[in-house]
Design a protein around this ligand. Structure first.
Ligand SMILES: Cc1cc2nc3c(=O)[nH]c(=O)nc-3n(C[C@H](O)[C@H](O)[C@H](O)COP(=O)(O)O)c2cc1C
Length: 121
């Protein structure tokens, strides 16, 4: 079971700590792994790239066999485009500390409870 996070930075990019490590993911076999994602982004300032980073990570890791858990609904957010959408949901927990920090604690609590079920814990 893996929980992976990144804010989105530089207009639709992974946060820079991932540089030099992202390509290493190509050498990892994620088959048999349940993988959950969380990100921080700014839905109003970067409405065309909201939460792209977790979409980039999920795309790579699921291609390498990881099974995504922890999908998150888009209700309560306002944005135009996101690479983090799959089947109408975010591929993981979408936080917006800039504009919706008052919702963060409750979102985390709900998501963690969901993950416990999906991880079978
Ligand atoms: C230069 C810059 C580029 C950003 N690009 C994006 C983006 O493309 N998509 C997004 O959702 N958020 C974007 N953000 C918002 C950041 O993800 C958000 O500010 C950050 O997660 C909050 O961390 P902080 O409190 O350290 O600023 C960007 C922020 C900055 C300053």
């Amino acid at each position: 079971m893996l929980i992976i996070g990144s804010p989105t930075w530089d207009i639709g990019q992974l946060q820079s700590d991932w540089e030099g490590f992202f390509s290493d993911l190509d050498d990892i076999d994620f088959n048999g792994k349940l993988v959950a994602y969380f990100g921080d982004g700014d839905q109003y300032g970067y409405s065309d790239n909201f939460q792209d980073a977790i979409g980039i990570l999920e795309e790579k890791i699921s291609k390498r066999g990881g099974k995504t858990v922890g999908y998150w609904p888009t209700e309560g957010y306002e944005f135009d485009q996101s690479r983090a959408l799959k089947n109408g949901k975010f591929v993981g927990l979408a936080l917006d500390q800039g504009s919706q920090s008052e919702l963060t604690d409750e979102r985390i609590k709900t998501w963690v409870a969901q993950l416990k079920t999906e991880f079978g814990l």
